[in-house]
Design a protein around this ligand. Structure first.
Ligand SMILES: [Zn+2]
Length: 504
C-alpha cells in the first residue's frame, strides 16, 4: 500500500484573507511524498568471554538498501548506545532503483566508533579492514517499524571482546582522570597466534600504530589493556620502545633495560585498574579463574627473592607492583601510599615522555605529591630510591643545671633533614644514654627533655637516631650537668652606669 501525503502551505497576510500557493513537486519529492515511511531500530549483542550475553555498546550501525543492478545505497548511519540499542531516523520507503517498489533493507555493524572528536577506536583484521557484521536482507519491506536484533557471529566474538575492552579502557581513563587517551586500532584474526612475531604487541612504526592481539591472548582482557597502555603512551607522549630484547619480556624472572621495564611495568599496571582486580591474567581471569597463567601483584614483596623474583627498577613486575601500591588504599608492609590514579596519570599521560621509572620518580619528586609514602611503596616493591636522613647541623652539646628540669632542651626537627620526608614524617629514637642520671627523655617524636637527678653532677653522652622508616642516621651529643655556683654561670647583663655607681 502506498500512503499519500498532501502538503498545503498557506502564507498568512494579516490584512487579507489567506491565499493558496501552488507548489511544484519535483520527481524526487514526489516519490518522497507518495511513499510511506519506515523506522529501523533494534539491538546488537555478543557473547562475552564468560559465555554471557552482553550488549554491544558503542558500535557503528549502517542501514543499506540492497540493489540488484547498482551499488547498495547507504540510507542512514547511527550507533548503538550503552545498552546496545540503536534507532535510525524515519525515512521514505521508496526504492529509487526499482520505481514503485519499497526498500530492501539490511544493516551492517562496524567495529569502529568515535569515542570522542579525538579518539577513534577500531578492531581490524590483518589486512587493516575493520570488522563488519551484516544482517539478513529484508526485501520489499512494508511501511512502519522494522526491528533487527542481531548478534556477533561465533568465530568473530573475540573482535568484539577486544573492541569492548578498548572502550572500557578509554572510559576508565576519561572518567577517572579526565584524559582522552586517543585513537586506537587493534588487529586480530581468528586462529592467528603469530603475526611478524608470536606475541601480542604494540607497534608504532611504519604502517602503525596498532596493537596486535594474538589468539593465544584473546581471552585476556588484561593483555588487551596492556597493549592499549603502550598505545596511550604513543598517543599522549609520542613514546614507545622498539627493542628486540623487549619483545620477549616477562613480568618477573628477568631484568630488562630501564626503558623496557618502564614501558612494560606501566602496561602491566593499567589493566589492574581497568579490569578491577589485582592479578595480571594471561587467560580469562580474574586471578587464574578459568585456567591460565596469572601474577598477583599485591603478593609480591621484599620477601620474594631472586632469581625467581629479581629486584629493582629494571623488573617490570616490580614497577607494576609499586604503581599499584601508589594507587590502592590496601596497604601492607612498607606501603602507606593512597594516591589513586590521578597523580600517576598526570605524569605518565601528559605530553612529556619518561624513558625510565626513575625518570617518572624524578617528576614525582618535582610535583606536590607526598614523597615519603611513595618511597615506602617503592621500597615495598624492592625499588629503593630513598636517601637517608641526616643531622644538619649536628646536635649541639648541652649544659644543664643541677636539679633543674629543662623541658624541650632540644628541638630535633631543627637539626634532622631529609630530602623526601617532612620532619613530622621522620621517626626519632633514643639509642643510648651513657648515664641515666642525666634524665634524658624524648617526647612527642620531637623534643629532648632534661630532668637531671637531684644533686647529681656529671656528663652523659646521648645518641639519637633519626629514621625516615627506610634508612636512619645517628648523632651523639653531650649533656653536662653543672652546679649552680654563682649567677656568673648565667649571662651577666649589667648596665655600665649602674655598675659605675653613677647617677643621671
Ligand atoms: Zn608490553
Amino acid at each position: 500500500m502506498v500512503k499519500v501525503f498532501f502538503a498545503l502551505l498557506f502564507v498568512g497576510d494579516p490584512t487579507s484573507a489567506p491565499s493558496a500557493i501552488a507548489i511544484t513537486i519535483s520527481p524526487l519529492e514526489s516519490a518522497y511524498f507518495q511513499s510511506g515511511q519506515i523506522t529501523v531500530r533494534g539491538s546488537f549483542r555478543y557473547v562475552d568471554r564468560n559465555a554471557t550475553d552482553q550488549p554491544a555498546r558503542f558500535v557503528r550501525v549502517l542501514l543499506y538498501d540492497a540493489d540488484v543492478n547498482s551499488v547498495d545505497d547507504l540510507l542512514g548511519e547511527t550507533t548503538t548506545d550503552q545498552n546496545g540499542i540503536f534507532q535510525f531516523a524515519s525515512l521514505p520507503n521508496q526504492d529509487n532503483d526499482e520505481p514503485g517498489s519499497t526498500l530492501d533493507i539490511y544493516l551492517i555493524w562496524v567495529a569502529e566508533f568515535n569515542d570522542s572528536a579525538a579518539a577513534q577506536r577500531r578492531v581490524a583484521d590483518l589486512g587493516g579492514n575493520v570488522y563488519r557484521w551484516r544482517s539478513e536482507i529484508r526485501h520489499n519491506v512494508a511501511n512502519g517499524e522494522h526491528i533487527f536484533n542481531n548478534q556477533v557471529p561465533n568465530n568473530q566474538r573475540p573482535a568484539m571482546w577486544i573492541f569492548q575492552d578498548l572502550r572500557r579502557s578509554w572510559e576508565y581513563v576519561r572518567n577517572n582522570v579526565n584524559i582522552d587517551s586517543g585513537s586506537i586500532t587493534a588487529r586480530w584474526a581468528d586462529n592467528v597466534d603469530c603475526w611478524l612475531i608470536c606475541a601480542s604487541y604494540f607497534y608504532g612504526g611504519v604502517g602503525g600504530p596498532y596493537i596486535f592481539i594474538s589468539t593465544q591472548h584473546q581471552n585476556s582482557a588484561d593483555v588487551v589493556v596492556h597493549e592499549a597502555a603502550h598505545h596511550y603512551l604513543y598517543n599522549r607522549a609520542n613514546w614507545w620502545v622498539l627493542d628486540v630484547n623487549c619483545f620477549n619480556h616477562q613480568i618477573f624472572g628477568q631484568v630488562n633495560s630501564e626503558s623496557c621495564a618502564w614501558s612494560e611495568g606501566w602496561a602491566d599496571f593499567l589493566p589492574l585498574l581497568v579490569n578491577d582486580d589485582v592479578c595480571f591474567d594471561w587467560g580469562r581471569g580474574p586471578c587464574g579463574a578459568g585456567g591460565g597463567a596469572f601474577e598477583n601483584l599485591e603478593d609480591r614483596s621484599r620477601n620474594d627473592m631472586p632469581p625467581a623474583f629479581p629486584w629493582g627498577d629494571r623488573v617490570e613486575g616490580r614497577i607494576a607492583g609499586a604503581l599499584y601500591d601508589f594507587f590502592d588504599n590496601n596497604n601492607e608492609g612498607f606501603d602507606s601510599a593512597i594516591f589513586g590514579f590521578g597523580p600517576i596519570a598526570a605524569i605518565v599521560l601528559d605530553a612529556q615522555p619518561e624513558d625510565s621509572f626513575f625518570t617518572f620518580w624524578r617528576r614525582w619528586q618535582a610535583s606536590s605529591n607526598n614523597r615519603h609514602n611513595a618511597l615506602r611503596a617503592l621500597y615495598q616493591n624492592t625499588i629503593d630510591y630513598n636517601t637517608s636522613p641526616r643531622f644538619d647541623p649536628l646536635l649541639p652539646n648541652l649544659v644543664a643545671l643541677r636539679g633543674v628540669a629543662w623541658p624541650r632542651a632540644l628541638d630535633l626537627w631543627s637539626y634532622a633533614v631529609d630530602d623526601d620526608s617532612a620532619d613530622s614524617e621522620l621517626r626519632f629514637q633514643l639509642v643510648s644514654v651513657s648515664d641515666n642520671r642525666c634524665g634524658v627523655t624524648l617526647t612527642e617524636n620531637r623534643w629532648i627533655d632534661l630532668t637531671p637527678q637531684a644533686n647529681w653532677l656529671g656528663v652523659c653522652d646521648v645518641t639519637v637516631r633519626a629514621s625516615d622508616t627506610i634508612a636512619s642516621v645517628d648523632d651523639t651529643f653531650r649533656v653536662t650537668v653543672a652546679p649552680i655556683v654563682a649567677l656568673n654561670y648565667l649571662p651577666a647583663v649589667i648596665k655600665p652606669d649602674v655598675a659605675a655607681g653613677g647617677s643621671h
